[in-house]
Write a protein that binds this ligand. Structure first.
Ligand code: PAD
Ligand code: ZN
Length: 378
């Protein structure tokens, strides 16, 4: 194989030129990694609802054009000066929540946010303020520090972690976001207890992974709430014990659930990004101790509301990003959990397609027919 170290690589990528328009497969130039950066040959990537969120322009701060994708798996091609934790040939997963180990968030056991996750990730540039991608002579921005819808990408060393090389990257790429997010929200953020009752709004990749976490924690009831009833049968293998479709009820869904659970749930999770569902998830919690965890990402201008008495009487409203995992340390362990058959991953893959069909992955997601579509880059 030709040695590409230090050279600009020309390859294929799916570029988002403007909001709400299909991605376009383009020939892009990917610059070599600068100090502290890593260039990765991406082999597979998942397509997550958060990619659709950015493509729809739901975060107005994000400038176009950019390269989406943050559920990737690949092999390190070359590393910039000073990089010590990965080397060429390593199998890696990019991390949309970085871990620098130096900021106050990384130093605190209370949070997995990292200072690097701030504006520069939204702006889509590397730490020196520039992008490593060019298309037709113009810069193309990164997304969340990953941009895995490209055959090659450049990330900072803080946004990539080395994983077991025997793990199939066409499966474990999904641990880069959705599965880890839901599973960790149940175990790390909510800390679901044995025998507890749980309800999950939205049975996509994230919600089904929440179910898997609730099951592992020993929950006695795991109720799925979704407007697509096809998801209920599907959810059983992830731990769902029953399903409720809000469309089947005239009453508000919170009243239905409180009635079904002797006063409310111990733990609820919102995995849609819908502020009305976030409210319903809080108000379905049991008085005195129910905990509602928000995972879904709502459009930037939206707000949540409830009567404050809901909180005064002991319900807790909290949120979770990337399942509370300190990313660089935890993802290799989750890959090992998959290899040891402790967590499901294969079951989340409903479709496999090639890069040139990537827009179909969005169609499948919007149709509700897939949990995750895995895209083969080569
Ligand atoms: P998905 O689109 O695969 O699944 C969403 C599910 O919600 C589908 O089954 C829908 O049928 C269902 N749904 C939609 N509207 C309603 C409604 N009004 N009532 C009940 N059910 C409904 O998405 P996903 O699982 O990939 O992602 C879910 C959310 O999580 C989304 O907002 C995404 O942006 C967010 C997310 N957050 C993080 C994080 O770290 N916080 C990480 C990854 C994804
Ligand atoms: Zn995601």
């Amino acid at each position: 194989m030709e040695d590409t170290t230090g050279k600009v690589i020309t390859c294929q990528a799916a570029v988002a030129w403007e909001a709400k328009k299909p991605l376009v497969i383009e020939t892009v130039e990917v610059e070599p990694p600068k100090a502290g950066e890593v260039r990765i040959k991406i082999l597979y990537t998942g397509v997550c609802r958060s990619d659709a969120f950015f493509l729809n322009g739901s975060d107005p701060r994000k400038p176009f054009p950019f390269i989406l994708g943050h559920e990737g798996g690949g092999i390190v091609e070359s590393v910039g000066e000073g990089v010590t934790t990965v080397k060429p040939g390593d199998h890696v997963i990019p991390l949309y929540v970085p871990q620098c180990n130096e900021c106050k968030f990384c130093k605190s056991p209370k949070s997995n946010l990292c200072d690097e996750m701030g504006i520069k990730y939204v702006k889509g540039v590397m730490p020196d303020g520039t992008s490593r991608f060019k298309c037709k002579g113009k810069p193309v921005y990164h997304l969340m520090g990953c941009s895995t819808f490209s055959q090659y990408t450049v990330v900072t060393e803080t946004s990539v972690t080395k994983v077991n090389p025997s793990a199939p990257l066409d499966k474990v790429c999904l641990l880069g976001c959705g599965i880890s997010t839901g599973y960790g929200a149940a175990l790390n953020t909510a800390k679901v207890e044995p025998g507890s009752t749980c309800a999950i709004w939205g049975l996509g990749g994230v919600g089904l992974a929440v179910a898997m976490g609730c099951k592992e924690a020993g929950a006695s009831r795991i109720i799925g709430v979704d407007i697509n009833p096809d998801k209920f049968e599907l959810g059983k293998k992830f731990g769902l014990t029953e399903g409720v479709n809000p469309k089947d009820h005239d009453k508000p869904i919170q009243d239905v659930l409180v009635g079904m659970t002797d006063g409310g749930l111990d733990f609820t999770f919102e995995c849609i990004g819908n502020v009305a569902c976030m409210r319903a998830a809080l108000e379905s919690c049991h008085k005195g101790w129910g905990v509602a965890t928000v995972i879904g990402v709502a459009p930037a201008q939206q707000e949540i509301s409830t009567r404050p008495f809901q909180l005064v009487t002991g319900r807790v409203w909290q949120g979770s990003v990337f399942g509370g995992w300190k990313s660089k340390d935890s993802i290799p362990k989750l890959v090992d959990s998959y290899m040891n058959k402790k967590i499901l991953v294969d079951e989340f893959v409903s479709n496999n397609i090639n890069l040139n069909q990537i827009n179909e992955a969005f169609d499948l997601m919007h149709s509700g027919k897939s949990i995750r579509t895995v895209v083969k880059l080569w």
